[in-house]
Design a protein around this ligand. Structure first.
Ligand SMILES: Nc1ncnc2c1ncn2[C@@H]1O[C@H](COP(=O)(O)OP(=O)(O)OP(=O)(O)O)[C@@H](O)[C@H]1O
Ligand SMILES: [Mg+2]
Length: 320
């Protein structure tokens, strides 16, 4: 292969993913397709390249290990799974979230980034029903869900994790997940078996008998994901599940999240770990001071002057 480069291709729902596994600058031939699919095409391996439904290609500089996505026409034409329209949440005079709008498509990974206090968690609270928006509307799968309570959101298919992990500390890992499997108005033929399957997906099955409070931080983060997955979501909201983890532990979570998306679940991810969010996300929304300041492909957002000014200039080149 030219320049010693190679790519791994895989099909994720309506997306075709090409992961630039290794390589050097210059054009590379994506003909080493680990999934056994036919070669997809030639791409510069150090570039982030996308193709829209009409086949036009756009390319912007992206880091090694970045992901190339070719989105099929159906995904772009279908209605969004989640629509956030002009949502605001005020605390007295503080506009924690201020008229934020965006769409999230089914089977999409949307990253939500921004500096501390930008309003990301508050926005999550409104989408998952833990807080009513002060203004604006939220729809899920075409139906208005604005202000619905959390249990209703969960039943509709919106699962979430919490920035501060919140397991039942004095019961086992397995029982924590079973509580999600058999939540309000949910039936399960074999909750134990279903919970073990979820634990296997997040690679925590070997700790099923441990008390939640005895887990390490990376294990607690994976339990948090498992508890949300147990509710059988169609959309999973993840709030800083990589915070405090080592690079290796972050890599492990990234594999788990890619696997979750492969199973057909859309993801809205809040994360400060730029390496991970930029590589996992199809698109990125950036917030600062409660407002959306940018939205677009990861490479375009990373190059946006207002985003660098508000956030990335301080964080993007850090150890994360
Ligand atoms: N319950 C609350 N009451 C009053 N103010 C709040 C409340 N929750 C959040 N805020 C304020 O709203 C603003 C946005 O906070 P939020 O937690 O949503 O930010 P964030 O983007 O998630 O930040 P971080 O990256 O640090 O987690 C902050 O100024 C915060 O102090
Ligand atoms: Mg937060």
């Amino acid at each position: 292969m030219p320049n010693g480069t190679f790519c791994a291709g895989e099909s994720l729902g309506t997306n075709i993913i090409i992961r630039c596994v290794n390589g050097v600058a210059g054009p590379g031939n994506c003909n080493d397709n680990l999934s056994g699919e036919p070669p997809i095409g030639n791409f510069p391996t150090t570039c982030w390249q996308t193709s829209n439904s009409s086949g036009d290609a756009a390319c912007a500089a992206g880091p090694m290990g970045s992901v190339v996505r070719l989105r099929a026409a159906e995904a772009e034409m279908s209605a969004p799974l989640l629509r956030v329209s002009q949502v605001s949440r005020w605390f007295g005079g503080l506009r924690a979230v201020d008229e934020v709008s965006f769409d999230l498509n089914g089977n999409e990974i949307l990253g939500l980034i921004g500096p501390n206090g930008a309003g990301k968690t508050t926005l999550f609270e409104t989408i998952s029903g833990f807080m009513r928006p002060t203004k604006g509307a939220i729809s899920f799968d075409g139906r208005d869900i604005t202000g619905q309570p959390p249990h209703r959101m969960a039943r509709l298919g919106i699962g979430r994790t919490f920035q501060i992990v919140q397991p039942f500390r004095d019961v086992s890992v397995l029982e924590n997940v079973i509580a999600g499997v058999v939540g309000p108005n949910r039936e399960a033929v074999d909750p134990r078996r279903e919970a073990m399957a979820v634990l296997t997906r997040v690679k925590l099955h070997h700790r099923s008998a441990a008390l939640a409070r005895n887990l390490s931080l990376p294990e607690k983060k994976r339990l948090e994901i498992a508890r949300a997955l147990a509710t059988r979501p169609r959309l999973l909201l993840l709030d800083e599940v990589m915070a405090g983890l080592t690079p290796t532990e972050i890599d492990e979570i990234m594999v788990i999240l890619a696997d979750i998306r492969r199973s057909g679940i859309a993801l809205l991810i809040v994360e400060h770990v730029m390496r991970a969010i930029m590589s996992l996300s199809d698109r990125i929304v950036v917030m600062a001071n409660g407002r959306k300041i940018a939205e677009g492909l990861p490479a375009a957002v990373a190059a946006d002057a207002s985003v660098i000014e508000a956030y990335l200039g301080r964080r993007h080149h850090g150890p994360a």
